[in-house]
Design a binder for this molecule. Structure first.
Ligand code: KG4
Ligand code: ZN
Length: 335
């Protein structure tokens, strides 16, 4: 075990539509965070427009970085490590973050480390609860790009239990929101509308023969489209019914996973969708083991979770990533 060395880690994040930088001390104490989102630019398109997201990253990275350093009262000399997502994410967006990290590493003569963005989402939940993490555990990442159920043996050692075979759940929320007349990102709008309706339409999330832990949300999206076209139901009813069906599916598959992996002693959540209060309540009602939800700012894409994971990885293997490190748009924390 490498001796514990306190360090200031600069985390960068630019996998999708958020340009962010954060300084995290010793992998746990967030000194400063700064973020500029391009979500309002994408609102008109019903989803993220990759080229626009990239232009925004190029424009915003330097001001965001400068503000994060200024807010934290630190200068480049005080930074011990730069952490950046190697993937997964939009390829152009990842490249911008990676080039930024490499450039800073050369200019500041500091090591940098490429980490996994999905793994970092789970660290977001750990960062939100200062107690030592409980392993083995189950992990559930539900974002705009991923729906992933994992067995976490310990940090860095994962087994994939299930994933989506088509749309990520956040993406399904966003598409349903467009059908109901809301702009991107639509998840919070659907949640709000669902509160005013009853889940009386028997929508069903996908089940896949022989793959009991995998998800499919494209079918239910089409069912929502037909229900909207039929013009027979109130939008509130459609939103409530959609939300009820997909959340029930998440809970039931996670319950099944726990039966398969009874050694799991906790459940860690990550990704923008887990901010959904109805999701949180459903899991709280269904599980008796400790559940760790990230705080809102650590749930959706953020740079603090990248810095915290970078710290953990560097502590185990204190070497800089190579300057020819490539980005991996489909990189998952498991093989
Ligand atoms: O983790 P995140 O910020 O970005 C990705 O890595 O994708 O997640 C963004 C996603 C969007 O699809 C957004 O609609 C969804 O999270 N989301 C929600 C809620 N808040 C954000 N979905 C459902 N209910 C919410 N309250
Ligand atoms: Zn994410």
């Amino acid at each position: 075990m490498v001796p514990f060395i306190p360090m200031n880690v600069l985390g960068l994040e630019s996998t999708c539509d958020e340009t962010a930088a954060a300084v995290v001390v010793d992998g746990i104490h967030i000194l400063s965070e700064e973020m500029a989102s391009s979500a309002s630019i994408h609102a008109a398109y019903g989803g993220v427009f990759p080229e626009m997201a990239c232009r925004h990253h190029v424009e915003m990275f330097c001001p965001v970085l400068e503000k994060a350093l200024e807010k934290g009262g630190v200068s480049p000399q005080d930074i011990d490590l730069i952490a950046v997502p190697q993937g997964p994410g939009l390829v152009g967006a990842l490249l911008i973050g990676m080039q930024m990290a490499k450039g800073l590493s050369i200019a500041w003569k500091k090591p940098f480390i490429g980490v996994n963005h999905v793994e970092a989402h789970l660290v977001g939940a750990m960062l939100s609860h200062p107690s030592p993490p409980i392993f083995p555990a189950l992990g559930l990442v539900v974002s705009g790009g991923h729906t992933l159920l994992l067995y976490i043996e310990t940090l860095g050692v994962y087994k994939k239990i299930g994933t989506t075979l088509d749309d990520a759940l956040g993406e399904a929320f966003d598409k349903v929101a467009v059908l109901l007349g809301f702009p991107y990102p639509g998840g919070p709008h659907v949640e709000k509308l669902a509160k005013e309706g009853s889940p009386t339409i028997p929508f069903k999330s996908g089940t896949i023969q022989g793959k009991p832990f995998d998800f499919s949300f494209s079918g239910i999206k089409t069912s929502v489209l037909y229900a909207v076209r039929e013009n027979r139901y109130a939008k509130e009813t459609i939103a409530a019914s959609f939300q009820e069906a997909v959340l029930t599916d998440l809970v039931q598959k996670t319950q099944k996973a726990l039966l398969q992996y009874p050694t799991a002693r906790a459940l860690y959540f990550g990704g923008g969708v887990v901010q959904n209060r109805a999701l949180q309540q459903k899991f709280i009602d269904a599980f008796s083991l400790p559940l760790f939800f990230p705080t809102p700012s650590l749930a959706s894409d953020n740079a603090a979770m990248i810095a915290a994971l970078g710290f953990q990885k560097f502590r185990l293997s204190p070497t800089s990533s190579p300057l020819d490190m490539e980005v991996l748009p489909k990189f998952l924390p498991i093989g």
